[in-house]
Design a protein around this ligand. Sequence first.
Ligand code: ADP
Ligand code: GN1
Ligand code: MG
Length: 353
Amino acid sequence: MERITSQFQLQGAPVQCERYGNGHINETYLLKTDAPHDYILQKVNRHVFPDIPSLMRNITAVTAYLWRQTPDPRRVLTLVPTLEKDTYYVDDDGETWRVYEFVTDSVCLDRPESERDLEQSGLAFGSFQNQLADFPAQTLVEIIPHFHDTPVRFTQLREAIRMDAAGHVKEAGREIDAYMAYEKYAGFLMDLLGKGELPLRVTHNDTKLNNVLMDAATRTPLCVIDLDTVMPGLAANDFGDSIRFGAATAREDEANLDNVGMSLQLFEAYARGFLSACGKRLTPLEKETLPMGALLMTLECGSRFLADYFNGDVYFHNAKPGQNLRRARSHIKMVRDMEGKLGEMNRIIQSIG
Ligand code: ADP
Ligand code: GN1
Ligand code: MG
């Protein structure tokens, strides 16, 4: 690690470097120094992100733009330069490393501890979208093409079933049937986009609760993190992914499906925060699509977990074998629950206005 950390312009000498956080993609470390100054060191996942130079250029451009609006290192993710003044370092094995300022006195939650926590995360992601409303979207590279193209995700699931790389397909007939029964919804947002009825915006695309840092004392939003997938996208997807993760009544990989569903109270809390920050910018149709965004992001993410299970767990970090299958099962259960609550979700959105 010393070989890596010595490449960055750090304040203080590194004294400790340990795995940190619960992200599914990158390898993240908390780097402590002998100065009162900590950092986040990350090995960027090169299998997930084949074009890291473009990814880093996207992040640099977006954070510079945000910094002009809010010049505060606790409120904008801040890259630490290398000795060569680059934003990342490639080691002898071809792995890419980057360092961020550690956002001090912050909390990062895997589950909301109150409705207010989720409302505040809605405020954070809504404000993020608002702050980037006039960002020149055409300058961003589409870092993972078709990232939230749900029909394409179903094609990838079919391909994973056909290849059956890990030999799991024969035991997962029920899950496959369950997902295929919901494919009828997959094209809903992409069709509206194709017809020009929904605008493309600069969106975050990975709006999990644990991708926002809150002030430890006030529990109000500080900083939106994990900017790897900032790309042109749909407001409903940013809204929906937050609901998938944050309004769930259980963890992503909950094994007891009786516990799994979506809480309408949490849905409402998130919607209040999100719409208070960016509601005025959304078209009436965009607002109408928010509930379907929640269902579709849950369906899509579940189909990706199932495909990864069939592919041999090559994409998402898995703490234990079978975790992707448990995630896929919980997600389809949540889709069913959301389907039954679409009317209520619509009423909530309309009542917030
Ligand atoms: P992944 O793509 O794997 O999800 P993230 O960039 O989200 O990686 O980082 C993983 C975790 O590390 C986050 O959920 C958060 O807990 C922590 N983290 C990341 N960046 C910072 C930061 N600048 N300050 C404090 N914590 C951070
Ligand atoms: C990944 O990186 P992380 O853990 O914040 C994934 C998201 C999924 C999410 C599921 C680049 O997010 O798309 O929704 O896991 N990120 C990428 O929890 O694929
Ligand atoms: Mg993350």
